[in-house]
Write a new protein. Structure first.
Length: 110
């Protein structure tokens, strides 16, 4: 995965929050609940997230690759062209690369 850190590339973690808490995440990735992906990346949606303003391409991943494959197809049907998914997902990343960071603790306002 030699594209990490490229300007405009967003690495999207589609796993359930429990998976993130248990297994950590790929450094630099952003978590998007699978059920919200299409809403969060669509600028015409009231749920659009500004973190996608500068996104030129998206790479999606889940645990094994099935959810991210279907999600990539869904975004492509919406007209997004620069979308890919990570074959083998987080499991393959862990075995091939191994670079994982824990999910940051949620900080409550003081």
């Amino acid at each position: 995965m030699n594209r990490l850190g490229e300007p405009g590339l967003v690495l999207v973690d589609l796993r359930d929050i429990r998976e993130l808490k248990r297994d950590g995440r790929i450094p630099g990735s952003v978590h998007v609940p699978r059920g919200m992906l299409e809403f969060w990346v669509d600028p015409s949606s009231p749920y659009y997230k500004k973190q996608f303003d500068d996104a030129e391409s998206l790479i999606l991943y889940c645990n094994k690759g099935a959810r991210s494959a279907l999600a990539a197809q869904s975004l492509q049907r919406m007209g997004l062209e620069a979308v890919a998914h990570m074959i083998g997902g987080m499991s393959r990343w862990e075995s091939d690369i191994g670079e994982i960071e824990p999910l940051p603790a949620r900080q409550l306002p003081s």
